[in-house]
Design a protein around this ligand. Structure first.
Ligand code: SAM
Length: 259
C-alpha cells in the first residue's frame, strides 16, 4: 500500500483495504519514489517483485516497441515523470533535446547517472517549470495513472498541454482497466480527461496485458531472453485484435494532439 495524503490507496497488484477514493487535492508520493530510487533502475520503476528482472526486461521492450511505432518528435521533448531515465535515454536517441522532470530527487540522481550529460528538473508535481509551448512533445509513461482524484489528474494533463506547442503531441502510456473495484481509469476516462485538458485523441492502442500466461513464463525465466522481442511483437499484434474488455489491467498507449 502507499500513502497518498491521509488516505491509503492500493498500488497495482496489491489488495485494497479501502476502495479507491476520488481526491481533489494532488498527491505526490515523493517519499515512496525516493525510497525506490536506489534500486536497479528498471526494477525501481516497474515491478519491484520481479526478482530475476525478466518480466521487467520484457515490459521495457514491449513498451518501447509500441511507442517507437508512433513516436514522431524531432525537436524538444519533455519526459514527464522520467524516473530513472528509462525513456529519457530512449528519447535522446530520437529527438534533438530531451528534458526529464520529476518529483523525486532520488529518481533524478539515478537518471543523471544513466544519462550524465542529460537535463533534469525537479518540480513540485503540480506546476511544470516551463514556459507555454516549450515542447514539441511530452512523453509520460506510468506517471499519471497513479494520480488519484479527477481534479488533480486533469490539472496535470492541462499543465502538460500548456507546455506543448500547437500541433504538438502528448504520448501517454498508462495502465487502464474496465474492471469494477480496481484502482485504474478506463481508456475512455483517460481520453475524456485529456479532452478536458485540450488534448485531442488521435489514436490509442492496447500494448500489454497485466496478467498473461506467457508473462508468468517470462517472469520465471522459462522464455529465453533472445525471444523477448519476438514475444513483444506477437503481444502487440494480439492486443490490437482484442478482446475489448479488460478484466485486470492493460498498458495502453494514447497519442494526443494539442489543437
Ligand atoms: C512508475 S515510475 C515511471 C518512470 C518512468 N516514466 C518510466 O516509465 O520508466 C513513475 C514516476 O513518476 C514520478 N511521479 C509521480 N508523480 C509525479 C508527478 N506529479 N509529476 C512528475 N513525476 C511524478 C515518480 O516519482 C516516479 O519516478
Amino acid at each position: 500500500m502507499r500513502r497518498t495524503g491521509c488516505i491509503m490507496v492500493a498500488r497495482k497488484g496489491e489488495r485494497h483495504t479501502s476502495p479507491p477514493i476520488a481526491m481533489t487535492e494532488p498527491t505526490y508520493d515523493r517519499a515512496y519514489w525516493d525510497g525506490r530510487s536506489g534500486w536497479e533502475p528498471i526494477r525501481a520503476v516497474l515491478d519491484h517483485r520481479d526478482r530475476l528482472g525478466k518480466k521487467n526486461r520484457y515490459i521495457d521492450i514491449v513498451q518501447k516497441m509500441a511507442l517507437s511505432e508512433w513516436y514522431e518528435a524531432e525537436g524538444r521533448v519533455l519526459d514527464l515523470g522520467c524516473g530513472t531515465g528509462r525513456f529519457t535515454e530512449w528519447i535522446s536517441h530520437r529527438s534533438r533535446q530531451v528534458i526529464g522532470t520529476e518529483i523525486s530527487g532520488g529518481m533524478l540522481r539515478s537518471a543523471r547517472h544513466r544519462l550524465p550529460g542529460g537535463e533534469f528538473v525537479l518540480y513540485d508535481g503540480q506546476s511544470l517549470p516551463f514556459a507555454d509551448e516549450t515542447f514539441q512533445a511530452v512523453v509520460a509513461v506510468g506517471v499519471l495513472q497513479d494520480i488519484p482524484g479527477d481534479d488533480a489528474y486533469v490539472s496535470l494533463l492541462r499543465e502538460a498541454g500548456r507546455c506543448i506547442e500547437r500541433g504538438g503531441r502528448l504520448y501517454l502510456l498508462d495502465q487502464v482497466s474496465d474492471a469494477a473495484g480496481r484502482p485504474w481509469r478506463t481508456a475512455d476516462q483517460v481520453t475524456e480527461a485529456c479532452a478536458l485538458a485540450g488534448l485531442v485523441l488521435e489514436r490509442r492502442r492496447p500494448v500489454r496485458k497485466g496478467r498473461w500466461w506467457l508473462l508468468y513464463l517470462i517472469r520465471y525465466g522459462l522464455v529465453p531472453s533472445s525471444l523477448l522481442e519476438r514475444v513483444a511483437r506477437w503481444e502487440l499484434s494480439l492486443r490490437e485484435r482484442g478482446p475489448s474488455r479488460i478484466s485486470y489491467y492493460m498498458d495502453y498507449l494514447f497519442q494526443l494532439k494539442k489543437a
